[in-house]
Design a protein around this ligand. Sequence first.
Ligand code: HGY
Ligand code: MN
Ligand code: MN
Length: 413
Amino acid sequence: MKSAELAINSDRMMQRISALADIGSTGDGGCCRLALTEEDRIGRDLVVSWMNDLGLDISIDAIGNVVGTWNVGSGKPVMTGSHIDTVRTGGIYDGNYGVIAGLEVIQTCQESGITPVRPLSVAFFTDEEGARFSPDMLGSLVYAGGLGIEEALNIVGIDGKRVGDELQNISYAGSTPCPGEVPHAFVEIHIEQGPVLEAEGFTLGAVTGVQGISWQEVTIQGQSNHAGTTPMNLRHDPAYVAAMLTVYLREIAERFGEDQVCTVGKIDLHPNLINVIPSRATLTLDMRNTDEDSLVDAERLLDTFCFQLEQDEGVSISKRTLARFEPVQFDERVIEIVERHCLSSGKRVRRLPSGAGHDAQMLARVCPSAMIFVPSKKGISHNPAEHTDVDDLVIGANVLLHVMLELADTVFS
Ligand code: HGY
Ligand code: MN
Ligand code: MN
């Protein structure tokens, strides 16, 4: 069979997506498989069983990344993949689709008798979401040599657990050393998780890069006191300061406009009681921009505002960086291959940057990388209502198939 006639088995791909979605199902169409939890272990075991069924050589590395390789041809593999951990209120496609589409590409090639020039591999990376353990894209960051394994294993999560211990608990502390083997090229398929493709009537996205990400944990120490007896002018109220910061972040986003986005996703008060002025507030700030200078400006404005709040309210504010990645540009040669196969599918495609972080932004540090997007219904993601039409998922997976086969035959000088 000529590779141009190749097409994935859509029923099989959708069955796997649904089987994986059942693990950690939240019963409302969503999924909860926080990194290194029991649900993550069960999901991992299921995907590893599919890799075994395909006869892939499976490696598990020291941070728990799992790579299945179809060792045909010669030279470095063309790698695809994504993640199977989710946020607490996740959908069923974020990450999972990219891993399962990769499995489907390899199985389709195997069944059609096509032997690629190079090995093909599919990976799932540990803790892409960063929802339990910061930073996000932890596993692919370590795979790409961006963080040492000892430092990564000692990261403590929002529940006080240590990455290394949790990896042991789910039996995915692998023996393959980090950083990982550098692939020939890397391409990830993912749902857009934003509104652009759907709003503009595109079926496919040739992703040009990923915006910069700045995650900080802010701790505000004030003075706990009685809610009824403490005059307003004598208060040092961390909850009030947290609220001011939340509003200020929105003002920064509105002032910068363009691609600047700011989110306060988590606020914890202590002692969190109705009639006690809190002693402490801890909140997380997620700021992103496609432009690094603007992101640095936003961080500077925040620092100045925190200093002013300390003076005005008589509190002390400390900040801890949880993740900080500059914007990433993908490889133009890979983007061009993606764009061309998107066009060959007969569907409309546009180039766009990714608002979300992805493992591809880490692999881009070590090899030519890019991404393919398919539309998200109403742009919704990190929400059980996350949805992409089956037709779009299938069209995307077929594009992935042809992109990987071309990459296998492409010499990057
Ligand atoms: O936060 C992100 O953009 C990704 O979902 N980890
Ligand atoms: Mn994702
Ligand atoms: Mn996500």
